[in-house]
Ligand binder design. Structure first.
Ligand code: PXL
Length: 270
């Protein structure tokens, strides 16, 4: 990584709930990556709680862009997470166009669904729009549900190879990016399906019997950091999945809304 390497992460700021920016910022910084933020909205808490407040920051983003242009600011990498609003997909395209260095890397985690279901506030129109963003990515990091919806293949609980191949064939119509499909479940394992330039690899881990919100955000942050530091996709995937699994093991049952990742981050080397 060059000396003044800067990453921009664009996602919401949920004041409470251990997701999006409150996860990406500490993790990327831990790995020594200068992390700039483009907060798309401020929420009281994430949308898996019963209720939440939402302040849309899209109007302010236009002011931020004007100043960045004046100050000739550019970013070497971008990590996109939860956007939540169709207009922000166009804003992301504008952001890549105006503020990318020549050799920029773009990581897109198309956060909008999990466990076969779309999160509150998203619809088919959002997904159609999101497809048009995938062409900009070097890496996409959807979970199986998001990959299914983006591909237009009906979600099925059984994540067999035939189903995954169907999804991948459809996704290839929208992007040339490497794909890291997370949360691929088999009988006793959970893992990732990696679609790289020259090969496809299934990586399996022993299932941890707990689920929490925010694990996808942790995965994409560790993956991005490790890939930028090493250029090794398999290593980045192994580190990200191991970190998520270790965090889940450390998270107490009462901690229902997210993952207790902070103490583990202290122990994590570079
Ligand atoms: O963890 C993904 C995420 C990010 N941001 C918000 C969310 C969620 C998942 O529910 O609601 C606001």
């Amino acid at each position: 990584m060059e000396k003044s390497f800067k990453l921009l992460t664009m996602q919401d700021l949920s004041c409470m709930g251990q997701c999006s920016l409150t996860v990406a910022l500490p993790i990327l910084s831990h790995y020594g990556i200068e992390t700039c933020v483009l907060p798309t909205a401020v929420l009281s808490n994430h949308t898996m709680f019963l209720s939440w407040s939402y302040l849309d920051l899209t109007p302010e983003i236009h002011n931020i862009f004007k100043e960045w242009e004046k100050n000739e600011i550019h970013f070497n990498a971008f990590l996109l997470g939860y956007l939540g609003k169709k207009e922000l997909i166009d804003v992301a395209k504008e952001c890549f166009k105006k503020f990318s260095t020549k050799d920029r890397k773009i990581f897109i985690d198309p956060v909008f669904a999990d466990n076969g279901k779309i999160y509150p506030g998203f619809d088919e129109d959002y997904i159609i729009h999101l497809r048009s963003l995938l062409q900009y990515a070097d890496f996409i990091l959807p979970n199986v549900t998001e990959a299914s919806y983006l591909a237009g293949v009906p979600y099925q609980e059984h994540h067999d190879e035939k189903y995954l191949k169907k999804i991948i064939n459809e996704l290839k119509k929208y992007t040339k990016a490497n794909m890291i499909i997370t949360g691929v479940e088999k009988e006793n394992t959970i893992g990732e399906y990696l679609v790289l330039d020259d090969k496809e690899i299934a990586v399996d881990h022993i299932k941890v019997p707990s689920r929490r919100h925010g694990t996808g955000d942790i995965f994409s942050s560790v993956f991005t950091a490790k890939y930028l530091l090493t250029g090794d996709i398999l290593l980045a995937n192994d580190c990200a999945s191991k970190f998520v699994i270790d965090c889940l093991k450390e998270t107490s049952e009462e901690h229902f809304y997210g993952v207790e990742f902070e103490k583990l981050l202290l122990k994590e080397g570079k």
